[in-house]
Write a protein of this length. Structure first.
Length: 249
C-alpha cells in the first residue's frame, strides 16, 4: 500500500498560500524564498530565510561588519556595513523568518533607508514571512519563489501565472494533473559521466494550473554529512511520484 502524502503549508513572500504535498520519504525541508520589487526609483531584491541566518554576516560574509538595529512592532530592522564600506545589507528580522536585501556598496543614507522600509510591509509567521509593497506606492512585486531544501533535494516553486514563459516549448510528459520536463543538470564533465543513465543527471520541471516547480537531487551528501544522507534511485522515483504543489494567490 502506498504511504499517504503529508502536506506542508507555507506562505510565499507575496502573500500566496502554497501547499506542498510530499511522500514521507522526503523528510522535513528547510524553507527559503525570494521576491523582487520595481518601480519609479525603486529596485530591490529580497532573499528570505529562517530567523537568525543574518547573524553570519559579521562573522563569515563581512567579517567585523558594523551592526545597527532599529526596533519595530513584531520585528527588527538590522543594517550591516562592511569595515571597508564596500558592501552592506538591510534585514527585516522576525521571530520566525527574515528578509535580506543587499546594496552592493555601503548602506545608503538614512533618508534612503527610510524610503526602502516605509514603502514595504513585513509580516512574519511560523509558516513564512510576507514582504509586500504598501498600497499606492506604485511598486510592482515579481519574481517571487518558495524554496524547500535539505541535504538530498531542492524544490523551487513559483506562481504558474508568472512562470509560464519559462516553460520549455516542447510538450512534456503527463504526470497526474501536471506536465513534467527533464533538463540536464549543470555538472562537471567527470560527474556527468558518472551519473549518466541515472535520475541524478536531470532536473525536473513540473507545471500544473497553479504552480511551476523545479526539483533536483544530490547523489552525494555535502561535506560533513554522514552516508545516511545519500539518495538512491528509488528515493528519487518515490519523491517525484508523490510531489505536488498548489499555489493559491
Amino acid at each position: 500500500m502506498t504511504a499517504p502524502l503529508f502536506e506542508v503549508a507555507r506562505a510565499a513572500a507575496d502573500g500566496a498560500r502554497v501547499s506542498v504535498m510530499l511522500p514521507p520519504e522526503a523528510g522535513p525541508l528547510r524553507w527559503y524564498g525570494a521576491t523582487k520589487f520595481s518601480g519609479p526609483n525603486y529596485l530591490r531584491s529580497f532573499h528570505l530565510a529562517e530567523a537568525g541566518q543574518h547573524e553570519v554576516v559579521p562573522s563569515n560574509i563581512l567579517p567585523g561588519a558594523s551592526k545597527r538595529v532599529y526596533r519595530r512592532k513584531g520585528f527588527d530592522i538590522v543594517v550591516y556595513e562592511a569595515v571597508d564600506h564596500s558592501n552592506g545589507c538591510l534585514v527585516f528580522a522576525g521571530p520566525y523568518n527574515e528578509a535580506t536585501t543587499w546594496f552592493g556598496g555601503p548602506p545608503p543614507r538614512a533618508a534612503v533607508l527610510n524610503r526602502i522600509v516605509s514603502m514595504l510591509t513585513f509580516i512574519d509567521s511560523p509558516t513564512g514571512a510576507r514582504v509586500t509593497a504598501k498600497p499606492a506606492t506604485n511598486i510592482q512585486q515579481h519574481g517571487t519563489m518558495l524554496v524547500g531544501s535539505d541535504a538530498r533535494m531542492t524544490v523551487i516553486a513559483r506562481d504558474a501565472r508568472s512562470a509560464r514563459d519559462d516553460l520549455p516549448v516542447w510538450r512534456g510528459q503527463q504526470h497526474g494533473d501536471a506536465e513534467v520536463w527533464r533538463t540536464r543538470q549543470n555538472l562537471r564533465e567527470e560527474q556527468a559521466a558518472k551519473l549518466a543513465g541515472t535520475p541524478f543527471e536531470w532536473s525536473y520541471m513540473f507545471a500544473n494550473s497553479t504552480a511551476v516547480f523545479d526539483v533536483s537531487f544530490r547523489p552525494e551528501p555535502p561535506p560533513g554529512l554522514t552516508p545516511k544522507s545519500i539518495v538512491d534511485k528509488n528515493h528519487v522515483y518515490t519523491v517525484l511520484s508523490g510531489l505536488k504543489v498548489i499555489w493559491a494567490a
